[in-house]
Design a binder for this molecule. Structure first.
Ligand code: G4P
Length: 526
């Protein structure tokens, strides 16, 4: 097969949701349709039980499980689909944001009882930053949820995106019968099945057919006819271009656990979702069908076993063909890297692969050379954009508790930061080190791992900081002046970029007003 053909058959997407909306269940059903797994229950949830919320060992164990399923490839109707799972727990939001840099589109799962939840809103903001096309799957229609029209309105207002239903539910709750596919204009009536993909389905091509009344009763049949007429009248025709530009979100209804509506979405997804897209680097735009290979690292997962301190780096291939054992240019590094242990993530089986193509995600065994955001190419020095750090929300100062182990502490901190566990800022004055995270949990994880893997002991002392803002200015003199006058509040991130550590929102605003020539950025990429 040619490179162009390989690219044409690939779709790489992320699945996102507020915890408990049904992401894991939906993933599993898609894998069942793809034939990648045979029975339900095979996909482990990466959500963290409330019971173990404060038990980080348990969390890491659960996270360990989720690594195996964090990328899942499967074939469906001749296409190779790469599904990237994201942690729903808000403490791991950074992980999710970075994963979203490696996908070409997103499926967002929403619970029809709860509607749009807080985490969904945040995730949508990240999608919007990059104009990522979004499909919504409104789940749990077998429960007495909110009115579908209300839900559509809520998605539009809270997520600030136009919607276009492409499937429509037939009733809801106990009498939920299935969904009508507005895109293919077809009705598949399934028998609910939690365990397998049921073949027992009736296809109704024409809504006016008497067959419909026989299957679901005249009153539901009439209701469906009415609803479909209304939707087609109210919503403009679906325009795939608007979806691809990220301005319109197609919406599907269903019940993942009962396998209702999943096939409708998947069948439409493979028709409309974008394939591997071009990517921006600092140097130029990279097109997937270029002969030369290029890709970037968006996630690193460490082995928790201190005896085997290898890590798996997740590489998204952006152009050309990736080959095992070929020496590649590690753009940030000084020497070429050759990867002999390269795994693909086909459903649950990790297997060694020889080649991979744009859109694919491969796992590279790494002994500490790679870090998040690294670019790898077959020659050219390219630096992929779009893997920013966001300002953390919780800050703590690192206090070394064992002076004999200073080196170990530094090494441990450096490696954990490279994995993206948290962010490290070093104050210009006094070299005080501050770790910033999105959630409390990371501190537990860092402490444990420092001790367990690096034999270093550190305390994390809470600091009264509101935000870390990356600062720039077109006027070098003004920037120097600013740094001088705010010296006590200036730090550097791990890449040496200048950061202003603001103590409160009000104070940050005041400083911004007083120094109009300085630009304050919420992310490390500006
Ligand atoms: P998540 O990954 O988004 O966190 O959600 P997950 O799939 O784990 O689903 C959360 C809960 O919602 C699970 O119940 C799951 O069975 C249920 N669920 C998923 N889809 C549907 C649906 O279409 N209808 C209904 N009624 N429930 C659904 P649980 O009690 O937490 O776990 P379990 O013991 O049932 O597995």
């Amino acid at each position: 097969m040619t490179l162009t053909q390989e690219i044409a058959k690939r779709k790489t997407f992320g699945i996102i949701a507020h915890p408990d909306a049904g992401k894991t269940t939906l993933t599993e059903k898609m894998l069942l349709f793809g034939g990648a797994i045979k029975t339900a229950g095979a996909v482990k949830s990466n959500k963290i039980d409330t019971a173990t919320k404060s038990d980080w060992m348990e969390i890491e164990k659960q996270r360990g499980i989720s690594v195996a399923t964090s990328v899942m490839g499967f074939e469906y109707k001749g296409q190779k689909i790469n599904l990237l799972d994201t942690p729903g727990h808000q403490d791991f939001a950074e992980d999710t944001y970075r994963t979203l840099t490696a996908v070409d589109s997103v499926i967002m799962v929403i619970d029809c009882v709860k509607g749009v939840e807080i985490q969904t809103e945040k995730l949508m903001e990240v999608c919007r930053m990059r104009n990522t096309p979004v499909i919504c799957f409104i789940n749990k229609l077998d429960r007495e949820g909110r009115d579908p029209y209300d839900l559509l309105d809520e998605v539009e207002t809270k997520l600030n995106i136009q919607v276009r239903p492409l499937s429509w539910p037939i009733s809801m709750g106990k009498s939920f019968k299935g969904v009508y596919n507005l895109y293919d204009k077809q009705l598949n009536l399934f028998t609910p099945s939690q365990r397998k993909v049921s073949d027992d389905r009736v296809v109704i091509e024409d809504l006016s057919s008497k067959k419909l009344d026989e299957r679901i009763g005249s009153s539901l049949a009439d209701q469906l006819r009415e609803d479909v007429e209304l939707i087609e009248g109210v919503y403009p025709d679906f325009n795939p271009k608007e979806y691809l530009e990220g301005t319109v979100a197609p919406v599907f209804f269903g019940s993942a656990v009962n396998n209702f509506g999943v096939k409708e979405m998947l069948d439409t997804f493979i028709q409309i979702a974008p394939g591997p897209k071009s990517r921006q680097t600092e140097e130029r735009e990279v097109k997937p069908d270029e002969d030369h290979f290029s890709g970037f690292i968006f996630k690193i997962h460490a082995n928790m076993d201190p005896k085997h301190r290898n890590r798996i780096a997740f590489l998204r291939i952006c152009s050309g063909t990736f080959q095992r054992n070929k020496p590649y240019n590690h753009v940030r590094g000084t020497k070429p890297l050759r990867f002999s242990n390269v795994t693909s993530f086909m459903a649950q089986d990790k297997e060694i692969i020889e080649e991979a193509f744009p859109g694919d995600i491969v796992g590279l065994y790494d002994t500490g050379n790679l870090k998040i955001g690294d670019s790898i190419t077959d020659g050219e020095n390219l630096n992929f954009k779009g893997i920013p750090s966001f300002s953390p929300e919780i800050f703590r100062e690192v206090v070394n508790k064992d002076a004999m182990k200073t080196k170990q502490l530094e090494k441990g901190l450096q490696q954990l930061m490279e994995e993206g566990v948290a962010q490290l800022f070093t104050f210009e004055i006094g070299s005080r080190k501050v770790v910033g995270t999105v959630g409390q949990l990371q501190f537990e994880v860092i402490k444990f791992r420092l001790k367990n893997e690096y034999n270093a002991t550190a305390d994390f002392v809470p600091m009264n900081l509101h935000k870390a803002c990356w600062i720039t200015s077109n006027d070098k003199k003004k920037l120097d002046e600013f740094i001088r006058s705010k010296q006590r509040h200036i730090a550097k991130d791990r890449n040496g970029k200048l950061v202003f550590m603001a103590e409160s929102k009000a104070w940050l605003q005041m400083v911004q007003d007083n120094f109009p020539e300085i630009e304050f950025h919420n992310t490390s990429e500006y």
